[in-house]
Design a protein around this ligand. Structure first.
Ligand code: ATP
Ligand code: MG
Length: 231
């Protein structure tokens, strides 16, 4: 399985002091192979979140094409795409995407309707992950009762609980202290060893023990690519 990002662009209309066009992502091509480890690094506003949201299928490209295995995102119907995303992608957004009426545990388990039959197993894995990230005590809390770092950890757990084939993590460590950062990176590394492809976007350097494919983004464009480099 492979994700191909082919000459993708995303243009936004800006509504600042006067209307203007923002080329958030410009003619970007990336292949994400099964089992790869990718870091998209770049300054604030360089287009990392836009690129990840495009890959996650949350927004659509203005130009270009994204292909998952043999599913073309532009020509597939919405239900097919959402089924695919639910099954294969674990997405950790930069900003919260929690349902505020549900508890932390319910939020962690909620996007997994396709796994309903395995709910008991899923729940026990959720508790294992909550334990790992020292969040067990908050399982029955509502999202508003969590700190910024705790929200981020819960979103990491929500993405990992279904053992996805692709992990898309947008600034997964931005709200975390040193110890939690280490634990989250360890979890990503374990998922990677299990065979998942891991894609992380970050504006801060992250220390990996592993070699990663490093893309540097500036003003919507990939300006550098280092395969299997040390970051
Ligand atoms: N929905 C939107 N409408 C208009 N402009 C947007 C929208 N989302 C992002 N932008 C603009 O697109 C550009 C890229 O934003 P993006 O969030 O992808 O950057 P980023 O690299 O993730 O930044 P950060 O490191 O701060 O998270 C920025 O100039 C931003 O202001
Ligand atoms: Mg971002």
């Amino acid at each position: 399985m492979i994700v191909k990002v082919i000459s993708v662009s995303k243009v936004y209309e800006g509504h600042g002091n006067k209307p203007h066009i923002i080329n958030a992502v410009e003619n970007v091509s990336i292949d994400i192979n099964e089992g790869s480890y990718t870091l998209i690094f770049g300054p604030t506003g360089s287009g990392k979140t836009t690129l990840l949201s495009l890959i996650a299928g949350i927004i659509y490209p203005t130009d270009g094409e994204i292909v998952f295995h043999n599913i073309h995102l532009s020509s597939s119907n919405d239900s097919k795409i959402s089924l695919f995303r639910e099954r294969y992608i674990g997405y950790i957004p930069q900003n919260t995407l929690f349902i505020k009426e549900l508890t932390v545990l319910e939020n962690i388990l909620s996007p997994n309707s396709f796994l309903k039959r395995r709910m008991r197993k899923l729940k026990s894995y959720a508790f294992e992950l909550l334990e790992r990230l020292k969040l067990s005590e908050k399982a029955q809390a509502r999202p508003f009762e969590l700190s910024g770092g705790e929200v981020k950890k819960a979103m990491v757990i929500r993405a990992l609980v279904k053992k996805p084939m692709f992990i898309l993590a947008d600034e997964p460590c931005s709200e975390l202290d040193k110890e939690s950062t280490k634990e989250v990176i360890n979890l990503f590394n374990e998922e990677h060893e299990r065979g998942s492809a891991v894609i992380i976007a970050s504006h801060n350097p992250i220390q990996f023990k592993k070699r990663v494919d490093l893309y540097t983004m500036v003003r919507g464009q990939i300006i550098e690519y280092k395969k299997g480099g040390k970051n």
